[in-house]
Design a binder for this molecule. Structure first.
Ligand SMILES: Nc1ncnc2c1ncn2[C@@H]1O[C@H](COP(=O)(O)OP(=O)(O)OP(=O)(O)O)[C@@H](O)[C@H]1O
Ligand SMILES: [Mg+2]
Length: 344
């Protein structure tokens, strides 16, 4: 492992912002830290950057603890959510700043700045000032500035959240390309699950200051461990064991034998729907979402969401039968029930 965070704990007064958080980043890996507002994402990033002190646990890089190393000596590149360029410096000066304070010769700085401006596709803006750039352009420059000094780790705290949807998607792909081509281990904070799914080699899903699940995007989407992860990673149908037993007994085969409360999680695109005059279910409503249609279907076991691509043979009111293959069902721990029963 390249970067390891082991049992990191951070408290503010009586409040525990991070509770024994452990994460690992391999060389060249793009890791997304995903979770709702207030779950501790920025706190963890700041601990890794050395901008905040740990109350417990350890952070190491290639086996060496970082605790005694101040932020500026860690050699990490950081991009924050809000544009943090120096307003009174030109774009070229902003990108070259880190090299300049390290005493690099001007020729080297100029060559590096030219390369980086080409990399982030803004070669014509070298002599402009940050205030003359759009938000998306400023974040590209912030990225170039962060990677100018060949950082050992790149830390990105919601670098795209202030941008509109289209620019956001474009820049998301560019960040990924740049990261791939340079192979910099990267930890990016986001609370957007789509962004995490699209970008990450590995997603670390957090809630209330703890890591709930870590794995590949496929694992978190198709094999969520808990109800929280299932709901956070996209739309799902969640059925109780009793509902499954009564209405979908085929799905019981995969059920874990454990005392915990489990729910069956079935993603809407995993359900097949066919018009059937003798079907037990009927389509209550259809939403057209461009690339797919989302159907709300009334079934004897309660309403289910179904998503279909391509031609749609159903209308509102059409009687249908549904097909759910056992492998489409994942049993997840009902952590909402756990929270409800545990003392506050
Ligand atoms: N300096 C501080 N003093 C007291 N509490 C703090 C401090 N910094 C953070 N917190 C608290 O710690 C918790 C985690 O904050 P953090 O900024 O890490 O959340 P986040 O996951 O980044 O949220 P968001 O998605 O909104 O940015 C929050 O409840 C916050 O109020
Ligand atoms: Mg934050």
């Amino acid at each position: 492992m390249y970067l390891t965070v082991c049992d990191a704990t951070k408290t503010y007064g009586n409040f525990t912002a991070l509770d024994r958080v452990s994460i690992e980043i391999e060389k060249g890996e793009f890791v997304c830290l995903l979770g709702p507002s207030g779950c501790g994402k920025t706190t963890l990033l700041r601990l890794i950057a050395g901008l905040t002190d740990l109350d417990g646990g350890e952070i190491s890089l290639e086996g060496s603890p970082l605790s005694d190393l101040p932020a500026r000596k860690r050699g990490f590149g950081i991009v924050f959510q809000s544009y943090s360029l120096f307003p009174n410096m030109t774009i070229a000066e902003n990108i070259g700043y880190g090299l300049k304070i390290r005493g690099a010769p001007n020729e080297e700085i100029n060559a590096r700045v030219t390369d980086l401006l080409a990399l982030v596709k803004l070669p014509h803006l070298a002599d402009n000032f940050p205030g003359q750039l759009s938000g998306g352009q400023q974040q590209r420059i912030a990225l170039a500035r962060a990677i100018a000094v060949d950082p050992r780790v790149l830390l990105l705290d919601e670098p795209l959240s202030a941008l509109d949807a289209k620019v956001r998607a474009e820049l998301r792909d560019e960040i990924r390309q740049v990261q791939r081509s340079l192979g910099i281990p990267t930890l990016m904070v986001t609370h957007d699950q789509e962004e995490a799914l699209a970008l990450a080699d590995k997603i670390i899903c957090m809630n209330h200051g703890v890591v709930v699940q870590a794995g590949t995007p496929e694992e978190l989407y198709h094999r969520p461990a808990t109800r929280f992860v299932a709901e956070f990673m996209g739309i799902s149908n969640l059925l109780s064991a009793e509902q499954v037993e009564r209405h979908y007994p085929d799905l019981l085969a995969t059920r874990p034998s454990s005392e915990s409360a489990y729910l069956a999680c079935i993603r809407p695109e995993q359900i097949g729907v066919t018009p059937d005059e003798d079907g037990m279910s009927s389509v209550r409503s259809i939403s057209f979402l461009g690339n797919l249609r989302r159907l709300e279907v009334d079934t004897p076991g309660g309403p289910l969401l179904v998503e279909t691509h391509g031609a749609n043979p159903c209308q509102e009111g059409t009687r249908v039968s549904l097909n759910i293959q056992p492998h489409a069902c994942t049993w997840v721990i009902d952590d909402a029930a756990q929270h409800a029963t545990s003392p506050a």
